[in-house]
Design a protein around this ligand. Structure first.
Ligand code: ADP
Length: 145
C-alpha cells in the first residue's frame, strides 16, 4: 500500500490541482493532499475551510485523504510514511524551483520528490491568480473542480 503526499497551499484548490491528483492516483494507491500552514501568508480562505472544501470533492474517492499540517513538508511526509512527495510543475520557473527543493528534501530526509507536468490547458491556473480574481469579485467557478 504505497501512499504519496501532495502538499500545497491550495488557496483555492483548482482544476490544475485536481488533474495532478488524478495523475498521482495512476501511480500510487493513496494520495494524501496536505494543506500547509504558513503564518506569514494569510490566505483567501482559512486552512480549515480549504480542507473541508477539498474533502467534499473527494468524499466518494477512498484513495484520497485530505489533511492539514504545520512545519516542514518532509517531516509530515515521514510521519505519514509516504513513499514520496508529488509536486505539479506549470512553468520553467516552477521546474527550476522544484528541482532545487526536491534536492534539498532528499538531502534532509532521503525522501524523493516526483514532479508531474501540469496539463497545458490547465497550466495557466495558479492559485494566486484565481485568488486575486476572487478577491476582486470575479466569478471563479469555471476554474474550480
Ligand atoms: P505552493 O504554494 O506549495 O506552490 P500551490 O497550492 O500553489 O502551493 O500548489 C500546490 C502544488 O500544485 C504545487 O506543486 C504547484 O506547482 C502545483 N500546481 C499549481 N497550479 C497548478 C496547475 N494549474 N496545474 C498543475 N499543478 C499545479
Amino acid at each position: 500500500m504505497q501512499k504519496v503526499l501532495y502538499p500545497g497551499s491550495f488557496d483555492p484548490f483548482t482544476l490544475g490541482h485536481a488533474d495532478i491528483v488524478k495523475r498521482a492516483l495512476g501511480l500510487f494507491d493513496e494520495v494524501v493532499i496536505a494543506v500547509g500552514y504558513n503564518e506569514q501568508k494569510t490566505g483567501w480562505k482559512s486552512v480549515e475551510e480549504r480542507v473541508e472544501a477539498i474533502r467534499k470533492l473527494y468524499k466518494d474517492e477512498p484513495r484520497v485523504r485530505v489533511e492539514s499540517y504545520t512545519g516542514l513538508t518532509v517531516d509530515f511526509a515521514k510521519k505519514l510514511g509516504a513513499a514520496a512527495i508529488i509536486r505539479g510543475v506549470r512553468t520553467a520557473a516552477d521546474f527550476e524551483y522544484e528541482v532545487q527543493m526536491a534536492d534539498v528534501n532528499r538531502q534532509l530526509t532521503g525522501i524523493e520528490t516526483i514532479l508531474l507536468p501540469a496539463s497545458p490547458q490547465l497550466a495557466s491556473l495558479s492559485s494566486s491568480i484565481v485568488r486575486e480574481l476572487a478577491h476582486f469579485g470575479h466569478d471563479i467557478s469555471a476554474f474550480l473542480p
